[in-house]
Design a protein around this ligand. Structure first.
Ligand code: HEM
Length: 413
């Protein structure tokens, strides 16, 4: 018997063996509660024509390509035997829901948050000022189109992914006016993921299962009820997608410049920008043991986005469930940054506005996140004033919701 909806308690981490989780996992998309872990991924971003054809088309697309959380865990057990299994996610922007015929009133009711309901419904473009985004840096596709949705396909086998991608494009062509492909690939060293500046990535990963060893979070920091699906046990999540280009040569020049200014090695200087060494080792695990920011600068990336405690000693944490894949094409590289959460305004929005881009957080005069905060400028580096510049550029993106599989099924009726 599935648990009664009232028995679904998301205010704490979930037991993955419980009936509650089994009920949720049957219709929740995969890659939400657990990363897909595959080497190759393609984002197919699309603009739909709208109306009944789009509803039927999306229902079919979801039926063919989307993997549930329950299927993902079976695939996980089979992965060694079958590297060609493809995981699929299908997300919709608020614009996409509108094209499907949902009214503003329905959307407000479905996606309203107690504190901030506008981030998803307004879309990323409307938040450019709050996010420090510069519209003229957008790539042509992102500048000219309003994205309605994305299909992410991920696979350990490049040829199998190509094949899946081809048939997905054929399906999308039936009801979309534009499709844009962003291929990504993990950068693996000794089997561990790295990002293009050369740092270990995907280390500090929050999780909602009560069995995960580190950083367990209440499930309601990730799962949001899919109120457009009939069943009360249907959940989804909000997704931030940002194509972030990384100027690796510029970053290395800045690191060299900082190393010269400090009389240190480039490796030590690079670690000050991130707060971790390139192999992932933290400069200091507990920031309260470094109250002056002398070991790990306050503006180092990981200290800005996870300061651990406020200056008055209160624990703080904004969980973001990161699912990025690096890309490299036409001499350019960077991250197809994806971050999931239950509340865009209170999680991604808050983190960017009040921490990453706030020059006086956590202490006055800190400046912004030295990896990607805006604006950049001169900052304090172990007592020396220096400007490392910024080498990450926002090229395009959108906010999406990953609905339940039950929602997509309901579109065909
Ligand atoms: C090109 C852009 C970016 C690069 C190169 C980058 C790089 C890194 C690296 C190397 C780490 C440490 C390894 C790890 O814990 O996974 C990290 C951690 C993290 N990053 Fe980023 N990042 C980027 C963009 C972002 C953005 C846009 C956000 C959110 C707005 C973000 C939020 C985080 C968070 C929350 C952590 C974990 C911090 C912790 O708990 O220790 N990052 N990032």
């Amino acid at each position: 018997m599935p648990p009664a909806p009232s028995a679904i308690d998301l205010t704490r981490p979930i037991d993955p063996a419980s009936d509650t989780w089994k009920t949720i996992a049957a219709t929740l998309q995969g890659n939400i509660a657990k990363p897909h872990g595959r080497e190759y991924a393609v984002m197919l971003l699309f603009v739909v024509d709208g109306g009944a054809e789009a509803r039927a088309g999306l229902a079919d697309l979801a039926g063919t390509f989307v993997t549930s959380a329950a299927q993902q865990s079976v695939q996980g057990q089979e992965k060694a035997d079958n590297p060609t299994t493809v995981l699929g996610n299908l997300g919709l922007s608020a614009g996409g829901y509108r094209k499907l015929g949902f009214t503003e009133q329905q959307l407000e009711k479905a996606f309203a948050h107690r504190y901030d309901r506008n981030w998803f419904l307004d879309g990323m473009g409307a938040k450019a000022v709050a996010l420090g985004d510069t519209p003229d840096h957008l790539e042509q596709f992102y500048q000219s189109k309003k994205l309605d949705g994305y299909l992410l396909l991920a696979c350990a086998d490049a040829a199998a992914l190509q094949q899946a991608c081809q048939s997905a494009r054929t399906a999308l062509n039936g009801f979309c006016s534009a499709i844009h492909e962003e291929p990504g690939r993990q950068i693996l060293r000794n089997g561990k993921p790295y990002e293009p500046f050369g740092f270990r990535d995907a280390i500090a990963m929050p999780g909602i299962f009560d069995t995960t060893a580190s950083d367990k979070q209440p499930a309601d920091t990730l799962l949001f009820r899919d109120r457009l699906a009939q069943d009360r046990s249907c959940f989804g999540t909000f997704v931030v997608y940002r194509k972030l280009e990384q100027d690796v040569a510029g970053f290395e020049r800045s690191v060299q410049g900082l190393a010269t200014a400090l009389g240190s090695t480039p490796g030590d200087a690079a670690a000050l920008l991130v707060g971790r060494r390139q192999d992932g080792t933290l400069l200091i695990p507990n920031f309260s043991h470094d109250p002056g920011g002398n070991v790990c600068p306050f503006h180092a990336h990981v200290r800005k986005v996870n300061p651990q405690t406020t200056v008055t000693g209160n624990r703080v944490n904004i969980p973001l469930y990161r699912r990025a894949t690096p890309y490299a094409a036409d001499g350019k590289q960077g991250l197809l940054f994806l971050a999931m959460q239950a509340n865009l305004g209170a999680q991604f929005g808050m983190l960017v506005r009040t921490w990453m881009n706030s020059p006086d957080f956590p202490v006055p005069g800190t400046g912004t996140d030295s990896l990607l905060g805006t604006p950049g400028g001169v900052q304090d580096w172990k007592g020396k004033r220096h400007d490392v510049g910024r080498h990450v550029t926002f090229r395009g993106g959108e906010f999406f919701f990953l609905p339940s599989l039950a929602f997509f099924r309901s579109l065909s009726t």
